[in-house]
Design a protein around this ligand. Structure first.
Ligand code: DX5
Ligand code: ZN
Length: 225
């Protein structure tokens, strides 16, 4: 199933509940929540209180992308706030297997994120534990950046590994995924599509989501045929 994970980083924070309602109406089935600490990435966003505020206003799963130096310290707080999925960066987890175990123990679906410079093969041993792998198609920290095509080979490589290993983790892609790039990422094998600036836009948000999903699903049906 191809899904749009709308990234609220690009939303109007003064009207977050309205923005969420619009992307839901447009067909988004996941909310992607970018947590940035000003250390791992050169930007700061929000933390568990915003996740907690979102929880009662939507039924959509909250997909928390932790761009922080010390994700282990925050697992309990995000679980308690109502996060459904938690992705941690391979680059900061010295004991990645243990971190993933903690995420599961706290009742969330575990995922690992890899930066553009991080090879897919660093994940082979933990793939059987994962709900999904998040392939960054920009260097994390900001919305509205240009899609890096090197992500396409990594997505395809992950899809091959999944087949070879008989696994069923999903493949998510994040950064610069927009109406003009979404077909390529779906053809490469991604099925959880994070998009922020391509979706949120005053007066156009719902329609942007509808059109984005139409293009994604068209590319998906070509792939199956
Ligand atoms: C970037 C974030 C993304 C960001 C994507 O560090 O992880 O989720 O919101 O924004 P767009 O879709 O604008 O590239
Ligand atoms: Zn993200």
């Amino acid at each position: 199933m191809i899904e749009l994970a709308a990234s609220i980083l690009a939303a109007d924070f003064a009207h977050l509940a309205d923005e969420v309602a619009l992307v839901e109406r447009g067909g988004a089935t996941i909310l992607h929540v970018d947590i940035m600490d000003g250390h791992f990435v050169p930007n700061i966003t929000f933390g568990p209180p915003v996740v907690q505020a979102l929880r009662p206003i939507t039924k959509l799963p909250l997909d928390c992308h932790l761009m922080v130096e010390n994700p282990d310290d925050f697992i309990p707080a995000f679980a308690q706030a109502g996060a459904d999925m938690m992705s941690v960066h391979q680059e900061v987890c010295r004991h990645l297997h243990r971190t993933l175990q903690h995420i599961v123990q706290h009742g969330m679906l575990p995922a690992v994120v890899i930066n553009p410079a991080t090879p897919v093969d660093t994940l082979v041993e933990v793939l059987p534990m994962l709900h999904h792998v998040l392939v960054m198609s920009v260097n994390p920290g900001f919305g509205g950046q240009k899609f890096l095509p090197l992500a396409l080979d990594k997505i395809a490589h992950l899809a091959e590994l999944r087949d070879e290993m008989g696994l069923n983790f999903r493949i998510e892609v994040d950064g610069g995924v927009a109406h003009d790039t979404v077909a390529q990422v779906v053809e490469a094998g991604a099925d959880m599509l994070v998009a922020g600036s391509a979706i949120f836009s005053p007066g156009k948000t719902e329609q942007n989501a509808v059109e984005f999903l139409k293009l994604a699903r068209a590319a998906g049906s070509v792939q199956v045929a």
